[in-house]
Design a binder for this molecule. Structure first.
Ligand code: MRU
Length: 349
């Protein structure tokens, strides 16, 4: 599944708003169209928007007029700020943009800046897929030989450079010979579970059962789930996790029912500059995502709506955090701080 590719000086994105009914690609020839694709969630998922953001910086560098090195870098910085702000909660976006920006600032002329921005974006993409494969191998040890795993939203190949975080753990467990069944929550309002996870897992031959979000407590209380595995958009220094709205509810229900709750994410999702979940900016999205389903209105006109896209799961509900460098258990503050990091995560709030 190639959701993000660079071809002929354009960024090609598999349009995730059209899945699973249609396989349509959007070609982005400038950074503004990548920003729009991120905002409109044609590309989504924390690591995937990081990769797309990195390529957006390369596109900006390609398109900006060649001036003096310093004027060029000032203009590139303006584009970087705009790209990093496209969505606020997933730290991978600002982390990736900052990584390309820093690499660009180390170059001595415009041609070198352009070449280096593209090379760094490619590296971020390759490293993310490798990180997912390592994370999968390490996280698979947490999955019983025969297991039903509940997952929320889509933390799969579509949400990353490939293989997936939470779904990568399930893929690796299966590759190790384990018998893995999956329960996917539909994930209102935008239905990433129903549209993307159910599709991605079925394409891959998994045994997957789709439930509505409101059924999670029921299946957990009936002993139908051996563990929960989800991804993350930002992990604070104390282990609090921002992830798709509804994750917190599932974590509380998992603890109440004695079911382990695991988070799988690359170190690029860990933001040590943010002490706890209280300090994480939660994206509020348009009301139409709640008042409509697939474009069809379902609520009375003019009703007041809340649409926070993410929630915070306090670290006390999390049994372990899986990264490409190992499985961290509580207390998280010490464990997360010790993990090796390829570049410092920059917070843009
Ligand atoms: O709003 P989305 O679809 O971008 O939200 C995605 C999630 O919350 C994922 O669980 C998270 O980004 C991890 S993806 C590997």
């Amino acid at each position: 599944m190639n959701a993000i590719s660079w071809d002929n000086n354009r960024l090609r994105l598999l349009d995730q708003t059209r899945l699973p009914r249609e396989r349509v690609y959007v070609d982005c020839a400038d950074y503004q169209s990548v920003v729009a694709a991120i905002r409109e969630m044609r590309v989504r998922g924390a690591p995937a928007i990081g990769v797309a953001g990195a390529y957006a910086v390369a596109l900006a560098a390609n398109r900006l007029a060649a001036t003096s090195r310093d004027a060029f870098l000032r203009a590139l910085d303006v584009a970087c700020d705009e790209i990093a702000r496209a969505r606020p909660t997933a730290v991978n976006l600002s982390w990736a943009v900052e990584r390309v920006r820093r690499a660009a600032h180390q170059q001595s002329d415009v041609a070198a800046i352009r070449a280096c921005a593209l090379a760094e974006a490619r590296r971020i993409q390759e490293e993310d897929e490798q990180a997912n494969r390592s994370m999968g191998r390490l996280g698979a040890a947490l999955i019983p030989e025969r297991a039903t795993v509940l997952t929320h939203c889509n933390a799969g190949a579509l949400a990353t450079a490939g293989y997936g975080t939470a779904l990568g753990v399930l893929r690796a467990a299966r590759e190790q010979g384990k018998d893995v069944r999956v329960i996917a929550t539909e994930t209102r309002p935008l239905l990433q579970g129903a549209r993307l996870t159910a599709w991605e897992l079925r394409e891959d031959g998994f045994d997957v059962t789709l439930i509505t979000d409101s059924m999670a407590g029921h299946v957990l209380s009936r002993g139908e789930v051996d563990c929960v595995v989800v991804g993350a958009d930002r992990i604070a220094a104390n282990g609090d996790v921002a992830n798709k709205i509804g994750t917190y509810t599932i974590a509380v229900l998992a603890k109440e029912n004695g079911v382990p709750f695991y988070v799988a994410a690359p170190v690029s999702t860990i933001d040590l500059a943010t002490p706890s979940g209280d300090a994480i900016a939660i994206e509020e999205r348009p009301p139409e995502e709640v008042t409509h389903i697939a474009g069809v209105p379902i609520a009375p006109d003019g009703v007041r709506v809340r649409n926070p896209a993410f929630d915070i799961t306090p670290h006390r509900y999390i049994s372990a955090i899986v990264t490409e460098h190992g499985v961290t258990r509580p207390p998280y503050e010490a464990g997360l701080g010790r993990l090796p990091r390829s570049a410092s995560a920059a917070s843009v709030r």
